[in-house]
Each structure stands twice: as structure tokens, then as C-alpha cells.
Design a protein around this ligand. Structure first.
Ligand code: HEM
Length: 210
């Protein structure tokens, strides 16, 4: 898919997302990956610092495992990284930050993820979540961010087949370099990205998995 979004209404929650997908079956990744964002109603004129995200990633061969990541700045380096993986019927996450192409550090800023819904089946794991303090970042004084008022975000994605080691201790996961594709894409935000129902949707984010 190119930078133009697909408007997608999540059947589980009714939340309307601008979404972008890396298709299954392409050379890039097996199983496909979809990422969507819903934004506060004024986010296309005033930079938001939070969003509701939709993340669907692929597992290999009906194993219900793997991990995937989104770079909220595009590249792996100097961006807030969200890593997610299924384990024991839950989807765990860890915010990370990398200054080089090696295992990212635990992010030191105050990003916060609360889940609205999650599903895990034999081929995919899917989570809708509120991500607060996620669009401006500060990792030990290294700052950056995304500007929703520009109606454009640069995003990065990766996914991997092996399950992380220490899956129930997000600060201590053990992973190796992603092996099921990676990329950077421009994500144009259209008027469907920002929604007056944002506050009501965000209030559904009540579940913390730690
Ligand atoms: C790209 C290594 C974990 C996100 C890359 C590349 C390397 C690398 C070498 C560039 C490959 C190329 O251009 O051919 C690693 C290692 C990791 C790790 C060794 C852990 C041990 C992560 C995690 C995330 C992530 C946890 C996100 C949550 C990305 C993204 C790219 C990328 C988005 C593509 C964009 C770019 O090239 O900057 N990684 N990575 N990586 N990585 Fe990682």
C-alpha cells in the first residue's frame, strides 16, 4: 500500500482508523502487517501527543508467537519504538529506543499503553490500544516526535517469527534482529483519522498487561 490511508472501522470496537497494510504474500513479509491510527478530533490542526492504535501482526505456522514493532518516527534509530508480542493469551508490549542498529534500550520517557481489545489466533495477533505521550518522545534528553497537524507521519514496521525470551517481563525481553520483514512508509492522514468520538473511544482503554 502507498501512503494514502484506508479507512477501516474495527468490527470489534467500532473505532474508525486510518490504516496502512503490508500485504500478506508479498515478498516483504509473510502474513502481512496492518497498522492504524485514530486521533483526537483537533489533531489535524493541533499536534496530538496520543492516538488510538490498531496493530495486527503475523505469527508463523499457527504458532501464535512472534513479535512485531512500529517505529513512530520511521527509522529504527532515534524514534519511539513500540514492540508487541503474544504470550499466554495476552499481548504484551515494550516501549524501546535505539541509537544504533542493535537491541533497543528500554525507553526512559513516559509513554503509556492501555488496551481496548486484543485477539490472538493461529495466524495473527491484534491489539487496539490507547497510546498516551507517544507522539513526542524524550529518551534521556534525546527528543523527537511526530506532527499530526502536518497530516503526515513517517512510520516504520518490523516483524519477527521467534517468540521473545522472557515474554512476561517486557523490560527484559530477549530478541534478535527481526526476520520477517521491515520497512519505512509515509502515512498520509485524511479527515477520517481525527474523530469527535475519540474521547469516548479512549475511555474504553482500561486494560494494562504487564
Ligand atoms: C532496521 C537490527 C530490533 C525496528 C534494522 C536494521 C538492522 C536492525 C541491522 C537495518 C537493516 C537493513 O537496512 O538492511 C536490529 C536488531 C534488533 C532490532 C539487532 C534487536 C536485537 C528492532 C526493534 C524494532 C526495530 C525492537 C521496533 C520495535 C526497525 C525498523 C527498521 C529496522 C522500523 C527499518 C527502518 C530502518 O532501517 O531504520 N534493524 N533491530 N528493530 N529496525 Fe531493527
Amino acid at each position: 500500500q502507498g501512503p494514502l490511508p484506508t479507512t477501516f472501522t474495527d468490527p470489534e470496537t467500532g473505532i474508525v482508523f486510518n490504516s496502512w497494510g503490508i500485504p500478506n504474500g508479498g515478498s516483504q513479509t509473510q502474513g502481512g502487517l496492518t497498522f492504524g491510527v485514530a486521533l483526537p478530533s483537533d489533531a489535524l490542526s493541533v499536534d496530538a501527543n496520543e492516538f488510538i492504535g490498531y496493530l495486527q501482526c503475523a505469527s508463523k505456522d499457527a504458532t501464535s508467537t512472534g513479535w512485531c514493532g512500529i517505529s513512530l518516527g520511521g527509522p529504527m534509530t532515534n524514534s519511539l519504538l513500540l514492540t508487541a508480542w503474544p504470550s499466554g493469551g495476552e499481548i504484551y508490549h515494550s516501549f524501546r529506543y535505539a541509537t544504533g542498529y542493535a537491541m533497543p534500550d528500554v525507553y526512559t520517557g513516559d509513554a503509556k499503553l492501555t488496551q481496548i481489545s486484543s485477539t490472538i489466533n493461529s495466524t495473527h495477533y491484534t491489539m487496539t490500544f490507547r497510546c498516551q505521550n507517544c507522539l513526542h518522545w524524550d529518551h534521556n534528553g534525546q527528543t523527537g516526535g511526530a506532527s499530526t497537524s502536518s497530516s503526515f507521519m513517517l512510520l516504520g514496521w518490523v516483524q519477527a517469527f521467534p517468540a521473545p525470551g522472557n515474554p512476561t517481563c517486557p523490560d527484559q525481553i530477549a530478541i534478535e534482529q527481526h526476520d520477517n520483514g521491515m520497512g519505512i512508509f509515509g502515512a498520509v492522514l485524511d479527515e477520517n483519522a481525527a474523530n469527535p468520538s475519540y474521547t469516548a473511544w479512549a475511555a474504553k482503554a482500561t486494560k494494562t498487561v504487564t
